[in-house]
Design a protein around this ligand. Structure first.
Ligand SMILES: Nc1ncnc2c1ncn2[C@@H]1O[C@H](COP(=O)(O)OP(=O)(O)O)[C@@H](O)[C@H]1O
Ligand SMILES: [Mg+2]
Length: 382
């Protein structure tokens, strides 16, 4: 073979998994670069754990191969793969000290002098002062760090993490996200992290693969996925998108569309489908890209902005921002997030308003896709 993958890349080639007549993972090709922090993101049941287990060797693929660099490992048992897994249930040994929990992998391999390595790991996860405690004497986040240290001491090429922060409360989870990211940067080992939490995936990963129904819908850097979703599922699952059904008036470098008599523009290159005059397009814009003014101030809106007239249906003050729901002819419920800097007291439910945004911040999706795909799945837990 002539491909130039680095020796530690994880390569999945056409792997799929069937359970009877049910396909949990459709044939999947994926390369996870060595040293990257990679996230598999998707709602419960979309095939994340199955994919991870096939990498670990805990599940045999129905088709396809798993390779680490040039080495195919598809038929190797888990313990012969240079891979370790950290699960949501940390499964620490309750009767062993933290020190012995971390030393376990080394001792099992018959290594006698473990002190230096265990001390290094304790330092890496910042638990040195707890070495002699038992797991139940640590907090959830600390136990999770022990689980990570216990896996990393085996120097795996790849660390697989299956919803490892799922059992922690929100604040601790946010702390642990940063902590895991720091650890990954420090050790430079490939992390493949499974989560249903889009914020978690975006915070931690260099690359996120968004899974839906056993397929990867889109893969990319968090900002790229967020700014340029290519499917309605990704647009709705990753944050919130306003999607507007529109007819294409003209298509070129700039695309001009019409939605219930309102003209909107967007760059042709931001369309995931080729728009054709006379055809349909779903026009997308993120809530934070939109500005809101009272209808009386419409004259202050600069020329060239996309503009929609509407009425405030609902507003919620959430501290850093106020979230508005706007009814308009163009779209029933447009969401707008306005940073709380100077608030116009007239912007209350019932007020007539004008929404406006830079056409550059607009993206276009294939109108044949389900406009609500991915909307309800965000809050579902694993
Ligand atoms: N051993 C199994 N037998 C039958 N179906 C399974 C088995 N394991 C997983 N599944 C099904 O495969 C799908 C994907 O599961 P899983 O990979 O665990 O999803 P996720 O981790 O994304 O929540 C689910 O519909 C699940 O019910
Ligand atoms: Mg799972």
């Amino acid at each position: 073979m002539t491909d130039k993958t680095a020796s530690g890349d994880v390569r999945l080639a056409g792997i799929s998994k069937h359970y009877g007549s049910f396909t949990a993972v459709h044939p999947l090709d994926l390369t996870i670069p060595q040293g990257s922090f990679f996230a598999l993101l998707g709602a419960s049941g979309c095939g994340k754990t199955t994919t991870l287990r096939m990498i670990a060797g805990l599940e045999e693929p129905s088709t396809g191969t798993v390779s680490l660099g040039d080495r195919e490992v598809t038929h190797l048992p888990p313990y012969k793969r240079p891979v370790n897994t950290v699960f949501q249930s940390y499964a620490l040994f309750p009767h062993l000290s933290i020190y012995e929990n971390i030393a376990f992998g080394l001792r099992r391999r018959g290594i006698k002098s473990v002190k230096k390595q265990v001390d290094d790991m304790l330092e890496l996860v910042q638990l040195g002062q707890f070495a002699q405690r038992k797991p139940h004497q640590l907090s959830g986040g600390q136990q999770q760090r022990v689980a990570v240290a216990r896996a990393l001491i085996n120097h795996p090429q790849v660390l697989l993490l299956d919803e490892p922060l799922g059992a922690l409360d929100l604040k601790l989870r946010r702390q642990m996200q940063l902590e895991l990211k720091r650890i990954q940067t420090e050790v430079g080992i490939t992390f493949v992290h499974v989560t249903h939490d889009q914020e978690e995936a975006m915070t931690m990963a260099d690359t996120v693969a968004v899974m839906n129904g056993g397929r990867v819908e889109q893969l990319g850097a968090p900002a790229e996925l967020y700014e340029n979703p290519r499917t309605t599922f990704v647009a709705n699952f990753l944050g919130t998108s306003n999607l507007i059904e529109a007819s294409v008036e003209s298509a070129g470098t700039d695309v001009v569309v019409s939605a219930s008599g309102t003209t909107l523009r967007l760059p042709g290159q931001r369309c995931s489908t080729t728009p054709r005059a006379g055809g349909k397009l779903l026009v997308g814009v993120r809530p934070e890209k939109i500005s809101l003014v009272h209808a009386d101030e419409e004259h202050t809106v600069a020329a060239g902005r996309n503009k929609i007239a509407g009425r405030i249906a609902d507003s919620s003050f959430i501290g850093v921002s106020t979230q508005y729901v706007i009814d308009s002819r163009v779209c029933p419920e447009l969401e707008v997030y306005a940073q709380n800097i100077e608030r116009d007291a007239r912007l209350v439910p019932g007020a007539e308003v004008v929404l406006h945004w830079n056409p550059e911040h607009t993206f276009g999706l294939d109108a044949a896709m389900d406009i609500d795909a991915g909307v309800e799945t965000v809050e579902e837990s694993a």
